[in-house]
Design a binder for this molecule. Structure first.
Ligand code: FES
Length: 88
């Protein structure tokens, strides 16, 4: 059985105002075949916005790894890569 990709989009204020709000429209930009293999939820601020080695807000966690400077294009790309890496 396929292993789902767990995506948590930060909906805290810093992330939300710096582009996180666009990421919540994930149905518009994540590959439809992949999206049904993902569990996607909003998550409150987990303090990465206070300073994190993986970039700046907006942050997303994908299978518990933190990614910063997230954009819709980047999120789609990473999710596809992570999905294929987990389901080889
Ligand atoms: S608001 Fe997103 S990590 Fe703080």
């Amino acid at each position: 059985m396929d292993k789902k990709v767990k995506i948590k989009i930060c909906v805290g204020t810093s992330c939300f105002v710096q582009g996180g709000s666009d990421l919540l429209l994930y149905n518009d930009f994540i590959d439809p075949e992949i999206i049904e293999k993902c569990d996607i939820e909003g998550i409150s601020c987990f303090n990465a916005c206070k300073g994190h080695e993986n970039g700046s807000a907006p942050f997303v966690m994908i299978n518990d790894k933190i990614y910063g400077d997230m954009t819709p294009e980047k999120l789609n790309k990473i999710v596809i890569e992570v999905y294929h890496a987990r389901n080889k």
